[in-house]
Design a protein around this ligand. Structure first.
Ligand code: ATP
Length: 244
């Protein structure tokens, strides 16, 4: 097969491989030897009770928390020593759990800041309106005055602006009404269909997680406790891990 044809057929999504990843804060170990794969175009849900290390694992992938053991690679290349900005440039998108918006800036300016050039804005906005049409009428509104659900959609939109090949999403459905969760689920499915992006999503909402993902893994005290394919039968099995 010609090289050009092979490239055209290659999936656009990033291939994330975690091998015995360990990290933590100060003297405390949080992530303890996690091995996990997100293949090109795959959506994997990372589940688990509060405080089990899910956010810490995402931040370790992003280089925001230092890797203490093991290895992380994207498309076969080690990410060791790469700063978060470099990973973003390589196509890694991040929708964090904590409030990342500039509350006093407009919706338009929050979105502009995600882009390297204003020239990219018109096309990026068109794609954003396709996912979340309400944004069209809110471009001049201060982000801090959007509702909680609207802010979540803006956070996701911002992460999608750079057309990431690998998207890390932290509890995007938290506190949202079912109709907004539906819109976000549709946006993720459309984005994956359009761009082939791979995604690792940290979730507490089990129904949303099993709906949008291909596979799931449960993190317990910093280790993968169980994992499987996202199918209806998985619900009870995962619930057993999440119940208190
Ligand atoms: N910057 C930090 N310094 C010290 N400890 C931290 C820091 N950030 C998180 N931790 C601790 O690390 C542990 C794991 O936290 P993490 O946020 O990764 O869990 P999580 O599984 O994402 O939880 P949740 O579902 O509640 O968001 C917790 O005990 C938390 O208190």
């Amino acid at each position: 097969m010609a090289e050009a044809a092979r490239r055209a057929e290659a999936p656009a999504g990033g291939d994330l491989a975690l091998d015995e990843v360990a990290s933590g804060y100060g003297a405390v170990s949080i992530v303890k030897g996690v091995s996990l794969r997100v293949r090109p175009g795959e959506i994997v849900a990372l589940l688990g009770k509060n405080g089990m290390g899910k956010t810490t694992l995402l931040k370790t992938i992003l280089g925001m928390v230092a890797l203490r053991g093991g290895a992380i690679s994207i498309d076969g290349a080690s990410t060791a020593g790469l700063a978060p900005a470099k990973l973003v440039a390589l196509g890694v998108g991040y929708a964090p759990q904590e409030q990342p918006l500039f509350q006093d800036l407009t919706v338009r300016d929050n979105l502009r800041l995600a882009l390297s050039s204003d020239r990219l804005l018109p096309e990026a906005l068109e794609r954003a309106f396709g996912h979340f049409p309400f944004l069209k009428d809110r471009l001049s509104q201060r982000a801090g005055t959007l509702s909680g659900g609207e802010q979540k959609m803006l956070i996701l939109t911002r992460a999608l602006m750079l057309k990431p090949r690998l998207l890390l999403i932290d509890e995007i459905s938290e506190g949202l009404q079912p109709s907004v969760v539906d819109r976000i689920a549709n946006a993720l499915a459309e984005e994956r269909a359009a761009s082939g992006a791979s995604m690792l999503i940290v979730e507490q909402n089990l129904d949303f997680a099993l709906r949008v993902s291909d596979r799931w893994a449960v993190l317990k005290l910093g280790e993968i406790d169980d994992e499987g394919v996202a199918e209806a039968e998985a619900r009870d099995r995962v619930l057993r891990h999440l119940s208190v």
